[in-house]
Design a protein around this ligand. Structure first.
Ligand SMILES: C[S@@+](CC[C@H](N)C(=O)[O-])C[C@H]1O[C@@H](n2cnc3c(N)ncnc32)[C@H](O)[C@@H]1O
Length: 317
């Protein structure tokens, strides 16, 4: 394993997205204390540490132990100026002091090395076990979900997390097939999906949406994002900034709802917002930019993975 410029790990590359925009938003001037809740292969973290100078400090975590070892190696030149732990960003408030950080970064989703390693089972482009766990201490795998979940719940997962239009048809077909043939590998499942929903001239592989849905579900990505935003907000100091990079609308909606709720000067009790029943509260958040920031055309051309990235910046009041 060689971790150097470009963040290389077992022949895989992860090019961090929107680095310039992250640095602009977090302004890691010397001496700042920062946190990276999705350190991955350390691309953003190393840039942040470099910019924060010899007085700067970074807390970092990732739920993937491979990523953690790679990042630890990559950040070695900054030894003594960072603390890194295996775990989710929703656990950050358990080990980082309240109001401690000037800036926090969350760069959501999976990294290229995770996708490129067939053994991890995230991709339908190479054969591997149907796994998809970011944290391999977790028991539940994608194979467990596909083989044991009832068709109605599978259809919900495919629809809610993948917006898969054929969710019911696929779920029912899976339920029938697995009675005779358990799903064990990525290519087995991807090939099956292609047979069930054939279609010429499609722009994306037939299994793209289902694989996204399974990954989100196996890793409870949306639930952890909701609790994680609350946690990272606690470790930010007033005036500190939270930068979140999302890769699909489900994540972005959660970030927007979180920001709107904290920026609001009132709250409503119950599920329905009735203007007469609103109660005033102090806004805790300011949007630094009202709209999300997208990568430049040049970045998308150089790194197609960046094409769906959206960056949002919030400031704690
Ligand atoms: C897009 S990559 C981050 C890449 C990183 N910014 C870099 O420059 O190398 C996303 C990373 O977030 C991790 N991850 C996803 N959800 C997480 C969570 N809830 N807590 C901690 N890490 C998470 C994944 O394991 C993956 O390594």
């Amino acid at each position: 394993m060689s971790i150097g410029p470009g963040v290389t790990c077992r022949n895989s590359n992860h090019t961090p997205v929107m680095v310039r925009e992250v640095l602009d938003a977090l302004a890691p001037i010397p001496g700042k204390c920062l946190a990276d809740g999705t350190v991955g292969f350390g691309g953003h973290s190393s840039e942040l540490l470099r910019a924060a100078g010899s007085e700067g400090f970074l807390y970092a975590c990732d739920r993937d132990s491979n990523a953690l070892s790679a990042a630890t190696e990559r950040l070695a030149p900054y030894s003594g100026r960072f603390e890194i732990r295996l775990g989710t960003f929703s656990e950050l408030a358990q080990w980082v002091e309240e109001n401690r950080c000037d800036g926090v970064l969350l760069d959501l989703g999976v990294s290229s090395p995770q996708l490129d390693e067939p053994d991890r089972g995230f991709s339908f482009r190479a054969d591997g076990p149907l796994d998809m766990r970011m944290d391999r201490r977790q028991v539940l795998t994608a194979a467990d979900l596909v083989n044991n979940t009832d068709a109605e719940e599978l259809a919900r997962i495919f629809w809610e997390y993948g917006q898969e239009r054929n969710s019911r048809r696929l779920a029912r077909a899976i339920e029938r097939e697995r009675r005779v043939n358990r799903f064990e590998t990525t290519l087995q499942l991807a090939g099956f999906v292609e047979r069930i929903v054939p279609g010429k001239n499609r722009k994306i592989h037939a299994a793209t949406r289902m694989f996204q849905a399974l990954r989100i579900s196996v890793n409870n990505e949306l639930g952890l994002l909701r609790s994680g935003l609350e946690a990272v907000w606690q470790i930010l100091k007033p005036g500190g900034r939270l930068v979140v990079i999302t890769f699909h609308s489900l994540e972005d909606r959660i970030v927007k709802d979180f920001g709107r709720r904290l920026a609001s000067d009132y709250f409503s009790e119950g599920n329905v917002d009735i203007p007469e029943l609103r109660k005033p509260k102090r806004p805790e958040l300011r949007w630094v930019r009202r709209k999300s920031i997208q990568p430049s055309a040049a970045e998308v051309e150089a790194n197609p993975r960046a094409r769906s990235a959206q960056l949002r910046v919030m400031e704690k009041i």
